[in-house]
Design a protein around this ligand. Structure first.
Ligand code: FAD
Length: 386
């Protein structure tokens, strides 16, 4: 799988997938992206289209309803979707990497059989509830609790900023909760909460700066009772398991970010060849051409970084540092390119119906979600021996 790193050429089946998703992104996603963004509406029809294409099942085995592909295939799809609509891309990323993947990685056979076919088909979504009002970076500071009572977990607490948690097709929320104490340290476990369950509420959606068509809610848990069997993975391993999920997720966010960075380049190249000022195309000015060249270099470098991290992950080698590097470099490339693209578009770049304006608002969260840039720097420094 990793041969293409040397040649820069993707094997045919990856090329084919990227082309199929690119066509879908252009013909189905792009035409409704500005409308969903303006209306802050969840794009059900687009999600159904992605489900029909099997995108929610890309990295899962066929026995669980998946497509039998791998994580790199998911990344390629995210890159293509990220070019035109980050809200749609993050809906897929969170649905697969944060929603279904914890069940696949840490679930027992009964849990996999119950949940994966629904989630990999894209007909149901799962959300990943780690962040709390008191903090996301310091995930160990979790305050939500779950205590055992008569064969049930009783969950109390709240979660914040949870993607895909309140859509009409959300069927599962996976939460971290304190289930006790070991050696004076909090024991954090992961519990599956089917939706609906009495006492569980997805509070009204946030009014965000960007990702307006992505579904994000605060969640509250008020004596939520779920069977003891809903523990996901080993008791007390919730924190460690979620860190593993976040390591992988960083490669996916990097791929989405590369899509955004490349989308900005593509839009600028077209615009710079059309828009005229002082009797010539603006792209004939080196100031504009060099700006776009720098954007292309950022997108290319970031793509190389996520390919590299994905190749390590798929070959079973340690990839934590490379995933952190990819996430940091790619999210910064997206933000920098979005700012430059807005400049190239002039006043039109500040108008919401233009893709670059959406990228300008959408890209900032790429430097925050699934580990802030500061978290990536901490990981890189630690891996470097500091
Ligand atoms: C749209 C959106 C969708 C999201 N989706 C999900 C989701 O599906 N599931 C989920 O669990 N979470 C989700 N999140 C939460 C996201 O992962 C957190 O916002 C992020 O991890 C940062 O946590 P925080 O907001 O609590 O910031 P804080 O942890 O309070 O950090 C604030 C600032 O301090 C910095 N900082 C903190 N500690 C240190 C340190 N030791 N050294 C240096 N700097 C530090 C941070 O980098 C940041 O700049 C989402 C957030 C948004 C906005």
């Amino acid at each position: 799988m990793t041969d293409f790193l040397a040649t820069g050429m993707l094997p045919d089946h990856y090329e084919q997938l990227a082309k199929t998703v690119r066509d879908f992104a252009q013909s189905v996603v792009a035409p409704v992206a500005a409308k969903h963004d303006a209306e802050h509406s969840f794009p059900y029809e687009v999600v159904a289209g992605m489900a029909d294409m099997g995108l929610f099942g890309l990295p899962f085995p066929e026995e669980y309803g998946g497509m039998g592909g791998d994580y790199f295939a998911l990344c390629l799809a995210l890159e293509e979707l990220g070019k035109v609509d980050q809200s749609v891309a993050i809906t897929l990323e969170a649905g697969v990497s944060l929603g279904a993947m914890p069940v696949y990685r840490f679930g027992n056979e009964a849990q996999k059989q119950e949940w994966l076919p629904q989630l990999t088909s894209g007909r149901a979504l799962a959300a990943f509830g780690l962040t709390e009002p008191g903090g996301g970076t310091d995930a160990g500071a979790t305050k939500t609790t779950a205590r055992l009572d008569d064969g049930h977990w009783v969950i109390n607490g709240s979660k914040q900023f949870i993607t895909n948690s309140g859509t009409g097709i959300t069927k599962l929320v996976t939460v971290t909760a304190v289930t006790g104490e070991t050696d004076g340290k909090k024991e954090i476990s992961t519990i599956l909460v089917p939706v609906p369950t009495p006492g569980f509420t997805a509070e009204p959606a946030y009014n965000k700066v960007g990702w307006n068509a992505s579904d994000t809610h605060p969640l509250s848990f008020d004596d939520v009772r779920v069977p003891q069997e809903n523990l996901l993975g080993e008791r007390g391993r919730g924190y460690a398991n979620f860190l593993r999920i976040l390591d992988e997720g960083r490669i996916a966010i990097a791929a989405l970010s590369v899509g955004a960075a490349q989308g900005c380049v593509d839009e600028c190249v077209k615009y710079a060849k059309e828009r005229e000022a002082f009797g010539r195309k603006i792209g004939e000015n080196q100031a504009i051409a060099f700006k776009i060249a720098r954007m292309e270099a950022r997108a290319h470098t970031a793509r190389t970084a996520y390919y590299d991290a994905a190749a390590l992950m798929l070959s079973g080698k340690p990839f934590k540092k490379h995933a952190a590097i990819a996430k940091m470099v790619a999210s910064e490339a997206a933000m920098d390119n979005a700012r430059d693209a807005t400049q190239v578009f002039g006043g039109y770049g500040f108008m919401n119906e233009f893709v670059v304006a959406r990228h300008y608002r959408d890209s900032k969260i790429l430097e925050i979600g699934e580990g802030t840039t500061e978290v990536q720097l901490m990981l890189i420094a630690r891996e470097a021996g500091l």
